[in-house]
Design a protein around this ligand. Sequence first.
Ligand code: NI
Length: 228
Amino acid sequence: MLLHVPEVLSSTELARCRDALASAAWKDGRVTAGRQSAMAKNNGQLAEEDPLSRELGGLVLSALARSPTFFAGALPRRIYPPLFNRYEGGESFGFHVDNAVRYDRSGTESQPVRTDLSATLFLSEPDEYDGGELVIEDSFGSHDVKLPAGDLVLYPGSSLHQVRPVTRGMRIASFFWIQSLVRSEAQRRMLFDLDVSIQQLTQKMPEAPELIRLTGIYHNLLREWSDV
Ligand code: NI
């Protein structure tokens, strides 16, 4: 499932990210790539230990915590600290699959994060650059994603994806991975559809007694399928 989560960042948060990243110390993006994807990767990235990366990463995490859509779609258990990248002057990242497990070394102990979901939070407006589409392949074909600044796309970590060359302007984004409470993409999708349906039904018929049973089914499925 590809999930577009609009307006994850407030306008103030977006402005803070954009201002700070305008004068950031960008490094060669190949540092976080595996050996194979390093061959396909050509962009700039903020070092994970850069204090700015930590600060803005924290800002992104607190914005995510306010988003019911993100929560419903990802059912997050662990989130890898958000990273930041930049593409300009023809830079791109060819087709690859993200590493299955990443080690979060931001705390006192190194924590493995299984990358059930990948996320890209766009920080540049689509008209600020040409190209730079995030292309995601799934069983239904190939999807081009280029979202307004402040919007996020969630997609299965297992999918083949690329970033097309940025031929004009600059594309800045935050990207990170999520280990979900529910490992199976199919189960996560059913839970999301059920959750959204219950929310919509609640709007239409808040008094319907069936809502209590349906909500119970949601929680009982989540209990069956989640690892905490
Ligand atoms: Ni990737």
